[in-house]
Write a protein that binds this ligand. Structure first.
Ligand code: AMP
Ligand code: MG
Length: 483
């Protein structure tokens, strides 16, 4: 039994849903757990006692060797469209311990990822390697610091066991914290194999957890669709504004809460090009940077389909209602994107020519192979690095003239820009450098420094400058999923 002072305060609301939604599964114990990194601010906000969490007992729980008091570990069932094809999936290497109730009364899923085989593992070993788990830790923390809704990482522990991939790698477990793990794929699973009553239970659960304000709405399921569309439109616009490429926007990797989830092959774009793809398996560019809003709408259409039986007794009416909501996505997305772009350029008010001004800039960036982040940073600080050309100089004149057409002072415009153009993003070479030091040499200092730098991307400190440098690369960056 664990002492209450450790801070674990788990509910098991998902485990109270119909049995078919999950399978009771304990994590498989590991040989020798060792804490590699603990997210102090997150641990504190969740109500954990840091000292307890770092003790042998605490680490044993983060490794799945001990079950915290109040936990009812389950593997969640879900399906999904992977690269367009429908499949049964589920937590193949993760268990949900329960939902932590924070001192503020908020509820967060606590999930161990890499915790062993489950009923949904198919051919997989249920395990994860240290590199990819630290990668998820770094990028999810960077996203959080960029003010982008995301699951977070509480801790990474090594298991003392090897996992076999192309080579033998150190095994690890990541503790993932999420508003919930409800995915579009969770709805697809229940819509495919459950009853309409099951579907209603799932939808009600999602509403209660994420959209309590629509609970009393007489068309609450249509309101749920609407609410998820709104959150996803806002989320994907935020990705686009910082150059984030998710890399594997399968429907099982799209949350109902509107948080970014599943940091597999994701990466940040450096040179601006909408066709940018990093994932080794995305041959067709389905999940390229520029395609993300379209895929968002495609995934939400799959979500809408699952809800049809709840939208109207008459199927045609249900389809009509769903279509109307889906058709709002592009307008919603576009308005978030446009207002975000205005902020990146220091623009407060609206002018109908703003969009062409923005698109002209993007065209120039594309033609000149300019770095996305650094071009906006250079504009923010009037510096000459990044894009240089006559065309760009002319564009800047137009932009300056636009700024003069607003009442706000140029100081205010600069302030707005500083708050919307990060100096630092998790540059691919920096992430690789941190992972290599950690995995090859057990040197975690490189990662810790990187995390510190990324923790305040709008600080624009002198220390951050070297992390903005883009090296001349010879080989295209490649990322891998399912590792
Ligand atoms: P992902 O690519 O992380 O979205 O995972 C897709 C599916 O594969 C999910 O059902 C995962 O649980 C499962 N999966 C990924 N890696 C493993 C593994 N090593 N063992 C078992 N299942 C896995
Ligand atoms: Mg996934």
């Amino acid at each position: 039994m664990v002492k209450k002072e450790s801070g674990w305060n788990l509910d098991n609301s998902y485990a109270k849903l119909p049995n078919s939604f999950y399978t009771n599964t304990n994590p498989t114990p590991v040989r020798s757990p060792k804490l590699i990194i603990l997210n102090y601010p997150l641990a504190t906000s969740l109500g954990f006692n840091i000292e307890e969490l770092q003790s042998d007992d605490g680490v044993a729980m983060l490794a799945g060797n001990k079950i915290p008091e109040g936990a009812a570990p389950i593997a969640q069932a879900y399906a999904g469209h992977q690269f367009g094809n429908f499949t049964m999936l589920g937590d193949g290497r993760a268990v949900l311990l329960g939902e932590q109730i924070t001192p503020e009364g908020k509820m967060f899923d606590i999930q161990l990822k890499g915790s062993g085989r489950t009923r949904y593992s198919r051919g997989g070993d249920g395990r994860a390697a240290l590199g990819p788990m630290l990668r998820e830790y770094i990028i999810s923390e960077a996203m959080h610091a960029l003010r982008i809704p995301t699951t977070q990482s509480l801790a990474v522990v090594t298991t003392g066991e090897a996992v076999i991939r192309e080579t033998e790698l150190p095994g690890a477990i990541l503790t993932r914290v999420a508003a919930s793990h409800l995915r579009v794929g969770t709805f697809e699973y229940v819509a495919q194999w459950g009853t309409v009553e099951d579907l209603r239970i799932l939808a009600d659960y999602a509403i209660e957890r994420h959209y309590p304000s629509i609970e009393a709405d007489e068309s609450r399921y249509l309101a749920l669709l609407d609410a998820v569309i709104k959150r996803q439109a806002e989320l994907i616009a935020k990705w686009m504004l910082v150059g984030f490429i998710h890399g594997v926007m399968n429907t099982d990797n799209m949350t109902i809460s509107g948080e970014t989830i599943d940091y597999g092959p994701c990466a940040f774009m450096d040179t601006y090009d909408p066709a940018t793809v990093f994932s080794s398996i995305d041959i067709q560019g389905r999940y390229s940077y520029g395609n993300q809003p379209y895929i968002g709408a495609w995934n939400l259409s799959r979500f809408a389909e699952t809800l049809l039986p709840l939208l109207d007794e008459n199927q045609e009416m249900a389809i009509e209602k769903a279509q109307e909501k889906i058709s709002n996505f592009s307008t919603l997305y576009h308005s978030h994107w446009l207002s975000g772009m205005r902020s990146k350029l220091g623009i407060f008010n609206e002018d109908k020519e703003d969009e062409s001004l923005i698109n002209d800039l993007l065209d120039i960036m594309k033609k000149q192979h300019a770095d996305y982040t650094n071009t906006f940073r250079a504009l923010t600080f009037d510096s000459q690095d990044g894009c240089v050309s006559q065309e760009f100089t002319q564009w800047k004149e137009k932009w300056q003239a636009r700024l003069e057409r607003q009442p706000e002072t140029s100081d205010l415009a600069k302030k707005l820009m500083k708050n919307n153009n990060p100096s630092v993003i998790p540059r691919n070479h920096r992430v690789e450098e941190a992972l290599e030091a950690a995995v090859e040499r057990s040197d975690f200092s490189v990662m810790e420094r990187l995390l510190a730098i990324l923790s305040n991307p709008y600080e624009h400190s002198a220390e951050q400058a070297e992390y903005s440098v883009v090296p001349a690369s010879t080989t295209p960056y490649r990322t891998y999923c399912g590792t």
